[in-house]
Write a protein that binds this ligand. Structure first.
Ligand SMILES: Cc1cc2nc3c(=O)[nH]c(=O)nc-3n(C[C@H](O)[C@H](O)[C@H](O)COP(=O)(O)OP(=O)(O)OC[C@H]3O[C@@H](n4cnc5c(N)ncnc54)[C@H](O)[C@@H]3O)c2cc1C
Length: 490
């Protein structure tokens, strides 16, 4: 996670003693934090923003979440759900102060139903723990964010998380069958977990709503069979355009690997310094890491098809993982890439844009141009198969003004993504990081329509206020409006 911190809370409420007394009565003294030193740990996520909450509370049951939400409404303070805080867009930050509802105690896998290929989980279950638990039955949970050893399923649902293997299997929304959530007035709503039920797809609507509609307290998720065989290839290239062309070549050939990840030379340098035993080709301009899933009898054919495309696009070397240990090492390198930046830079800022796959070479070239003109090294490590870029802007936050330059460079990259027909975020969400960029792709009518949907769920802006949509008013106004609404309804 980056060690940088940027903007500070706009305006926050202060926790009234009555609110703290309420919270302590609901969950017990041990599960409420209000000491300023303790709150500091909850003022940030994986992004560059920060803001102090008034209290952090750790419920253990849905009933406790209901009571907490009702208390927040009664006292007119915001309620912000928090999973593991690995989010990269400021989603779990209590921007307008209020209560952070941390789900870490609600981490039970309640049921595994292999006949129907589904599991019932609480929101605080760590993503990788679900797969670790279900492997013994021959199943796993497919969406695998690179943060999967820390991030929670509740956070994944709220951000509609992706991951390397979502190229073949689909993102979170494709794997969440139903949810239970607590509404603004403290009711519990359960959406149908049956496929293709009539009526609106509330489950789908919740995926990616970033905690602004309600708090997910339970989810029914789909499990997939663990593939009988996996082939992992690491292909090196002497040029970034050739590597990029190989990505669109694979897709154009009708091949759908389980994962196609790309790392450029700077990213390789950082990862190699972090995991020397992976023996990565640090002199390559870029590499592709590919997984092909299937029955063992088919894997040779799949590998041969992919090799043809890689070689046709000037791959200079193709390594095939010889066993699980080597495969895991390749993937450890990829999944540790963000953290590995610490080996080559004091700080980094991750941008997250999605672009048409055929434009990868052009956009990476533009990123190189931006890197030069802003005088900032930029490493690229990303879900190439999905066209989901993650430029990592390397800098030193101790240098005055550096962060502003980084954020400007990040905006310039986002503009390039939009210009080629891409989107503001591939998977990290909008949070408070990219609100201001929303008008780059949405007109006033679109934003108004989204705001009206949000108000259906949360007319008092109780849940995670001033996130996603450009804020028409600041936190002070939002908090005042909520307080007067709660006084009127009291
Ligand atoms: C090293 C690293 C690698 C990453 N790789 C990926 C990746 O490959 N793919 C990807 O998609 N993301 C990735 N991320 C981003 C992040 O891990 C995901 O966004 C993840 O889904 C966040 O989960 P979390 O539990 O940490 O949620 P948090 O950061 O705690 O919260 C994220 C959002 O979810 C909301 N939320 C949390 N719990 C609930 C709930 N129970 N009900 C309602 N709303 C809730 C919060 O309010 C917030 O808006 C990465 C992050 C890091 C640091």
């Amino acid at each position: 996670m980056p060690s940088v911190m940027a903007s500070v809370t706009e305006t926050k409420t202060s926790a009234p003693a009555a609110l703290l007394a309420d919270l302590r009565r609901i969950v017990g003294d041990a599960w409420v934090l209000s000491d300023p030193d303790d709150l500091l740990l909850y003022e940030y996520d994986g992004s560059v923003d920060r803001a102090l909450p008034d209290a952090v509370v750790f419920p253990d049951t849905t009933a406790q979440v209901q009571a907490i939400v009702q208390s927040g409404l009664r006292h007119g303070v915001p309620v912000v759900a928090r999973g593991a805080g690995t989010g990269l867009s400021g989603g779990a930050i209590a921007r307008c102060g209020g209560i952070v509802v941390a789900t870490s105690r609600m981490n039970r896998i309640l049921e595994v139903d292999t006949r129907n290929r589904r599991a019932v989980v609480e929101p605080g279950v760590v993503n990788a723990d679900l797969s670790a638990h279900t492997h013994r039955f021959g199943f796993h949970y497919a969406p695998d964010p690179s943060s999967q050893y820390a991030c929670t399923l509740g956070g994944n649902i709220a951000t509609n998380a992706g991951g390397p293997h979502t190229l073949l299997y689909g993102v979170t929304t494709n794997h969440v069958l139903g949810i239970e959530f607590v509404t603004m007035d403290g009711r519990v709503v359960t959406t149908s977990a049956l496929p293709d039920g009539p009526g609106y797809d509330l489950t789908g609507l919740f995926c990616g709503s970033e905690g602004t509609f309600g708090i997910v307290t339970r989810a029914v998720v789909q499990l997939v069979h663990t593939p009988a065989g996996v082939r992992t290839l690491l292909a090196s290239f002497d040029s970034v355009p050739a590597c990029s062309a190989a990505v669109s070549g694979i897709v154009a050939a009708g091949i759908v690997p389980a994962a196609v990840e790309m790392m450029d030379q700077l990213a390789l340098e950082a990862v190699a310094a972090f995991i020397p035993r992976a023996n990565l080709p640090v002199d390559a301009a870029a590499v592709l890491l590919l997984d092909v899933d299937g029955v063992p009898a088919e894997l040779n054919d799949r590998e041969a098809e992919i090799r043809d495309v890689l070689l046709a696009n000037e791959a200079r070397d193709i390594r095939v993982a010889q066993n699980d240990a080597e495969r895991n090492l390749f993937w450890l390198g990829r999944k540790s890439a963000f953290g590995a930046m610490g080996r080559i830079s004091p700080d980094y800022y991750v941008q997250d844009g999605v672009i048409p796959r055929t434009t990868i070479a052009y956009v990476l070239d533009e990123i190189r141009r931006i890197s030069r003109s802003f005088e900032l090294p930029i490493a690229n490590v990303f879900h190439a198969g999905d066209g989901n870029l993650h430029p990592l802007l390397l800098f030193d936050n101790r240098v005055p003004g550096e962060l502003d330059r980084v954020l400007d460079a990040g905006t310039a990259i986002l503009q390039v993504c939009v210009d080629v027909g891409g989107m503001l975020s591939g998977e990290h969400g909008i949070g408070m990081e990219k609100q201001a960029a929303m008008p780059l792709v949405y007109g006033p009518d679109d934003l108004d329509a989204m705001r009206r949907v949000q108000q259906v769920f949360d007319p008092h802006a109780l849940f995670n206020p001033n996130k996603i949509l450009p804020a028409p008013v600041g936190c002070a106004e939002v908090n005042n409006l909520r307080r007067s609404a709660s006084e009127t309804s009291a």
